[in-house]
Design a protein around this ligand. Sequence first.
Ligand code: FCA
Length: 342
Amino acid sequence: MKNPTKLSALVAVSAFALLTGCGPGDSKTSPATPATGAPGKVKIGFIVKQPEEPWFQLEWKFAQQAADANHFELVKIGAVDGEKALAAIDNLAAQQAQGFVICTPDTKLGPAIAAKAKASNLKLLTVDDQFLGADGKPMADVHHLGISARNIGHMVGKALDAEMKKRGWNAADTALCVMTFDELDTARERTEGATEAIVAAGFAKGKIFKAAQKTSDVPGAFDAANILLTQNSGVKHWLLCGMNDSAVMGAVRAMEGRGLTAENIAGIGINGSDDCLSEFKKAKPTGFFASVLLSAKRHGQETSEMMFKWISTGVEPAKATYTDGVLITRETYQAILKEQGL
Ligand code: FCA
C-alpha cells in the first residue's frame, strides 16, 4: 500500500481496535483453547502478499502438509494490499482461529497488524518479510522466520563472478544489471549482498547498473530492465541478479526482447521455485542461468508447525529464525531437488 493517508487511517483504526478491543490478555503466554467448532480443533491462518507467485504457492503447499500431519485447519488467504491484510485478520478472528503466519504486502503495516492480532487474541508469526516499526526499524518483538538475505546475496555475487570467469567474458564488455526493490529490507539486503561480493572479487563498481522495480513481480522487473537497457545499449555481456526469480525472469525477458540470448546473459535468481524450474526445463538454455534454492518447506511447514505448537502447547517459537539456500543450475537442479526430497 503506497498511500500514506490511507496507511495512517488504517493504523488509527487498528489502534482504536486495540484500545477498545476486549481480547483476553497476552496472546504470547497462554495456550489458546479453541473456542467453538470442533472441540480441540486448532485453526491457523496463512496470509501471503502475492498468492500468484510460485514461491507462495509452495509455502502454502508445505503449510497444508503440516496441517494434515498435525490435524489442524489451515486458512489460506491472499492479501495483496494493506486493507486486504487487515480484513483477513478480522476474518480469521470471526472464524475463531487462534493464530496466523503472514508475509505482509507492506512491512510498514507491522504495528497495525500486530495491534490487530493482539486485540483479536491471535498469535502472530511473520514469514519472509519482517515488519518495520514506526521508527523504520525491524520489529524484533514479533516472531519471525526469514532468509539470511545478505549471505544469500553474497552467494549470488560470487556465483556471478565465477560464471563470468568461466565464460571468459572481458571486463571491458561486461556489465552487471541489478534489479532492485529497496523499499523491502530483505530485497535490498539480497541485492546489496550480491554487489558487495562481486565488487570484492574485483568487478568494477562503474560497470554496475541498478534498475529499480516499481512492483516486485515479473512485469515490474520487465519494465525496469527495459529502461536500463535503453540507457545502456552497448553492453555485450550482462551479468544479472535481483531479489528473486521473478526479478531475474522479467529482466531476462526484456533482454531477449533486444536480441540477447543465453550467450550474452548470465542471470541468477533467488527462490528456486517453479518460475525458475520452468526455465531450466526448456530445451535450450536461456539467460536464466541459476538460482539460489530457498527452503519453501521450512518457510511453509516449519512456521505452521511453530504456530501449531505455540497454540496447542504454549511453547513459544524462537523470536528469529534465518534459513539459507543452495545454488542450482539446469545441470544440478534435479539432483539437488531430489536430495532435498522435493
Ligand atoms: C520475499 C520475496 C519472495 C521470497 C521470500 C523468501 O517475500 O518476495 O519471492 O523470496 O521473500
